[in-house]
Unconditional design. Sequence first.
Length: 479
Amino acid sequence: MFNIRGRALRVAITASAGSCYLLFGYDQGVLGGLVTDPTFLSAMGNPNSSFLGLIIALYNIRCLAGCGIAAVYGNKLGRTKPSFGDAASYGAPQMIVGRLISGLGNGMNTSTVPVYVSECSPAKYRGRSVATQLSIVIFGTVVAYWIDYGTITNLTGEVVWRFPVAFQNLFALFTIFTLPFLPETPRWLFSHGRKAESVSVLARLYDCEETDLKVRTIESEMAEALRIEEESPKFAIRDLLNDKSEVKNTRRLVLCFLIQLFQMFAGINVIAFYVTIVLETNHPNRLWLGTFPPLFLLDKVGRRPMLLLGSTALLICMVIFTAGIAVDTPATAKLALAMLFLYEISFGMSWNSIPWLYAPEITPMQIRHIGSATATFSEWLWTFVVALVTPPAIENIGWKFYILFCVMIALGIPFTYFFLPETNGKSLEEIDYIFSPHFKQDEGMDSGDDVNKAQTERKDNIDMEGKGAAGEKVKDIPI
């Protein structure tokens, strides 16, 4: 793994980061299948619905803290090791402590992985690369479901819940032992003055010489993007209220926060955590099935069309689902179940992955870790809120609770249409010009006429295979 290059290197990055996200998805789903197990409830002191929701939701609070660490120290810290504390719990207090500690690590990891994968992926495959990670998240939930199912139906005693909780440590160990052998992203290295290392990593990702014309093109684009950011006022918290900078950092960070808010209030976590309370069944296989089309469509159709189509399908499904459980007849219950299946597939095809991809795409190089952490903070915040209020809400107001999600899905359609620009097919540096269109790419260039010429020809060189400067076949370039 020390000297791997090109596609093999990108696959290794996907595998190591994917194991991190496999842990993320597994952790999201493992307790959802155990909340009705008598041995688990007994070990937790037979909590009521509100306290049970708190045990599950407190994990997300520590994830919020992990996002804060990633935002403040994201340019200095490496990957973190998830906790091993939950499986040894002998009661609710220790389970809560274990969830808080493991949540800290997962908060940092979920903030970092989208940035890491995005900055190591070719522009025309970046959507697929990040969508793969989110498909892995849902696969982790599928694994958790079937392990829960297997232990509940075939085992007895506390091993029924202790084994599923402990099993997730395998995913953490894989990332811990593989990640040290993988390089930092070229953009992180470049923004920290380690330009020679940045070029070396680019050459490894592209599997070419460091003097290759396309490597020099990317280097030039990074230099220009960094120049623009350095000429703009440094980002400060007070700028959130009065941002006069040319790079529009505040607008980008607000979009990062809001897109995850709309994702959470589409209602998916209500289904993921507590669908056993709603319809007494939970099969994440359907949601996972929906994650496959984005792998092939996201970089062809674009981000905005898939979000808009997904929102429309989700709204139709959620409205019919809510009406079905409100009428509460055998026929409408079956209709509601069918809409639930379609909802999960529709969500997997749209809002499951795009918000995670969008945040690192739209934030500039020097605050990309803050943008990703802001989006992830929003995800964990609203996950906590939904997980906390869902059990008592369903118990007290029943089907009326789902009207909230119908309204939020409907509001997500104009939000997407009016506020989210299309990023498909653009390099991370090119996306800066969507928010700062008055900057010219040829300002401040000092890399020579050949690099400027390479920039003007970049589209043809990226989208088609051709001949390099040395007459060798050119592959897709990570930009």
